[in-house]
Design a protein around this ligand. Structure first.
Ligand SMILES: N[C@@H](CCC(=O)N[C@@H](CS)C(=O)NCC(=O)O)C(=O)O
Length: 245
């Protein structure tokens, strides 16, 4: 697997792209990503954010997972019937962690994984914990970027998940110096935990100062601000979720 150097060219457009932009010619996107709700779909947010951090140019294919015809469409676009799904040429990648690893292979200079092998292993471990765990937190505090629930009661099992997540964050920030989990730049791990940061704010979860500052750091990212603004513009509100979606 390709590893990433410490520095990133993120935000520095290639000279060719610059020339195209100055003539107002829209260059075709390199890829597309299937997404569902920007308000509620935490996995869509993770995959989208990873692609943004990678510097990939991509089209967003929005599908509503409520609608039967749209579900058929997702089946064509994503063999798991889940979002996100990345399509890059003939290659389809339909699982968020796999998308992150694939993006790291095609954009090895983007810094999606830490350059140091030990930090990289640490990063993969905490991404794995998010990918396969914290089910109590997910069902108790579903992502809802239009919501604000100050009095929300957090049940005991979700509190265990919150303790573990904030311990992960504190440990990473102490070890790598912050402000992101693995240092100065956001990486795959920050994309994996970004929806959790939104939940802590939406439900006014009481957390330590380091974790609270980390949530603010995530929300201040220009990519997150763009995603949240798009979520607020989404028309269809859904009543309520009893599990993460
Ligand atoms: N393990 C999958 C989880 C993806 C997932 O659960 N996606 C949800 C949206 S956040 C979904 O597509 N649900 C479709 C449905 O419930 O119909 C991943 O890593 O991508």
């Amino acid at each position: 697997m390709a590893t990433a150097p410490k520095t990133s060219p993120r935000g520095t457009p290639a000279p060719r792209a610059k020339r195209a932009a100055s003539r107002s010619v829209k260059t075709p996107a390199e890829a597309s990503i299937t997404l569902s709700s920007k308000t509620y779909s935490s996995w869509s947010l993770r995959g989208w954010l990873m692609a943004k951090l990678a510097g990939l140019s991509f089209d967003e294919v929005m599908v509503s997972i409520d609608d039967a015809n749209a579900r058929k469409e997702i089946l064509l676009l994503s063999p798991s019937i889940l979002v996100p799904c990345l399509t890059h040429g003939d290659i389809k990648v339909w699982d968020t962690l796999a998308i992150g690893e694939y993006l790291n292979e095609i954009k090895p200079d983007a810094g999606l994984l830490p350059a140091d092998a030990a930090a990289r292993a640490h990063c993969r471990a905490i991404c794995g914990e998010m990918h396969s765990g914290f089910s109590s937190l997910r069902s108790a505090l579903p992502m809802n970027l239009k919501g604000d629930f100050p009095g929300h009661k957090v049940w005991a099992r979700a509190l265990g998940d919150i303790e573990r997540i904030t311990a992960i964050w504190q440990e990473c920030i102490a070890q790598y110096g912050g402000p992101f989990l693995f240092g100065a730049q956001p990486c795959i791990a920050d994309a994996m935990y970004a929806p959790v940061a939104t939940r802590f704010l939406t439900y006014h979860v009481k957390i330590d100062r380091t974790s609270a500052a980390y949530c603010q750091q995530i929300m201040a990212m220009p990519e997150m601000q763009a995603w949240v603004a798009a979520a607020r513009d989404e028309k269809d509100d859904m009543e309520e979720f009893d599990m993460e979606f």
